[in-house]
Design a protein around this ligand. Structure first.
Ligand SMILES: *[C@@H]1O[C@H](CO)[C@@H](O)[C@H](O)[C@H]1NC(C)=O
Length: 428
């Protein structure tokens, strides 16, 4: 008769062995599975922030140059840099996204080359996003056994189809999906709505690994705490349109909680930073990358749209900022009803070429439609701007800053709490 103790030891041993076997099996099948399961193509970087060195506003020897949508218009981009006398040593260049696509393909590659080689600060645009997604997809397909061969085969077939007069790749792909049963599992790996062999695909395919890494590192949103500024491609909402502005779930409806005492000056700047972060992290729409990359307006049912109908988000944003009466209760009492305990923050963005240059007190829409043969625009900021132009303010209305209707916009708009920017543009 075996002792109960020995029995116990045996069972413990067999359980351990079974456990190890199970682990080994599931781990190896796990790697097998994961190589066939698609990775996350979007590769979002949700938020990044810029330091005082990366966004120097108070240094009289430095400037910040923020450029609207470039879309591969390389020559115009270079003319714009020449026009602002861009100097990489003393100027920080920033892009509001959509550096590639829509324009000439060779231009997209040149812009990407320039931006990546100089590690230019930029947020992601919706077109940049498509290029990132295609490249991530391509890298995945190449890791699958037979993937590279299939891609070569498809490219050859498409080339041949074009020789025979095919010119609509979408139509052609649809036909393949329907009839090329032999490769149906491959065709199914192209996500719904993606356009094979389009310009995004070609840019994705041609860019170097370093350029891909540069693109992947672009954040969807940039926060510049000391300048109380957000940089995004399409837009930001300061409040959730589903609730009243004063509702307590809205970040601007209450002063953020501080757990330690601070001196007045420092306290205000910390509270502002916290409230700005709350806008980015607590207004639910701002957490959806698609919204930040595509939003144009908000519809009557409070949903965000990328179409041109609906209320432009910048108008809603303006209304929210108008309510901001500072953090002190005496400021709030002085202001009219509806005031909120907040300080305004600025948004610099692109994307809305259809609205053209769109400059308001707290929102700077810089896409003036270069790719549609209109203009490419830069907003130039910093203490150096004020110094350089302090004696020539009067004659600055040279008609450079025109909106989509041809109206002249001040070429020296207010920026942030107390600064001014300068608007430059070139024709395309
Ligand atoms: C690019 O700049 C960022 C931020 O300034 C920095 O963190 C990163 O290391 C740089 N990348 C390269 C490849 O130099």
């Amino acid at each position: 008769m075996q002792s109960p103790r020995l029995m116990l030891a045996y069972s413990a041993l067999s359980i351990s062995i079974l456990y190890l076997l199970y682990n080994w099996a599931s781990r190896s099948s796990g790697t097998w599975l994961s190589s066939h399961r698609p990775p996350d193509f979007s590769r979002y970087v949700s938020l990044d922030s810029l330091s005082v060195e990366q966004f120097p506003l108070d240094d009289v020897d430095k400037r910040v140059v923020i450029v609207g949508d470039i879309h591969g218009m390389f020559d115009e981009f270079q003319s714009l840099l020449a026009k602002v006398s861009y100097n990489p040593v003393s100027d920080t260049l920033i892009s509001v996204g959509d550096i590639v696509a829509k324009g000439p393909h060779a231009g997209s590659m040149s812009v990407l080359d320039f931006m990546a080689a100089h590690n230019i600060t930029a947020v992601r645009g919706n077109h940049d996003q498509k290029v990132i997604e295609w490249r991530t997809w391509l890298e995945w397909i190449h890791t699958l056994p037979g993937g590279s061969d299939w891609l070569v085969h498809v490219q050859e077939r498409w080339d041949k189809a074009q020789e025979h007069g095919a010119d609509d790749v979408e139509e052609w792909v649809e036909e393949q999906v329907r009839h090329d049963k032999k490769h149906s599992k491959w065709w199914k790996r192209i996500p719904e709505g993606w356009q094979l062999f389009g310009d995004h695909y070609r840019i994705a395919e041609e860019m170097t690994h370093e350029q891909y890494l540069y693109m992947v590192r672009r954040p969807v949103r940039l926060h510049v705490p000391h300048a109380h500024t957000f940089i995004v491609h399409a837009g930001v909402l300061a409040s959730d349109p589903n609730y009243k502005p004063g509702n307590k779930r809205q970040p601007l409806s209450h002063i953020p909680t501080l757990y330690e005492p601070y001196a007045d000056q420092e306290r205000t700047s910390i509270l502002r930073r916290l409230q700005e972060l709350a806008i980015l992290k607590e207004v639910p729409q701002n957490l959806i990358p698609w919204v930040t990359l595509n939003m144009r307006g908000v519809l009557d049912d409070n949903t965000v749209t990328r179409k041109k109908d609906g209320t432009p988000w910048a108008e809603l944003y303006k209304k929210d900022m108008k309510r901001c009466a500072g953090f002190e209760s005496k400021d709030l009492k002085k202001k009219k009803k509806g005031s909120l305990p907040c300080h305004p923050a600025t948004v610099v963005y692109g994307h809305a070429a259809s609205r053209g240059l769109d400059i308001n007190r707290w929102t700077f829409g810089l896409d003036s439609g270069c790719v549609y043969n209109r203009r490419m625009t830069a907003l130039v900021l910093g203490a150096k701007v004020a110094r350089d132009s302090s004696d020539t303010i009067e004659d600055e209305f040279d008609g450079e800053a025109v909106d989509i209707d041809g109206n002249i916009i001040s070429s020296r708009p207010k920026f942030g709490d107390k600064g001014h920017g300068r608007i430059y543009s070139v024709s395309c």
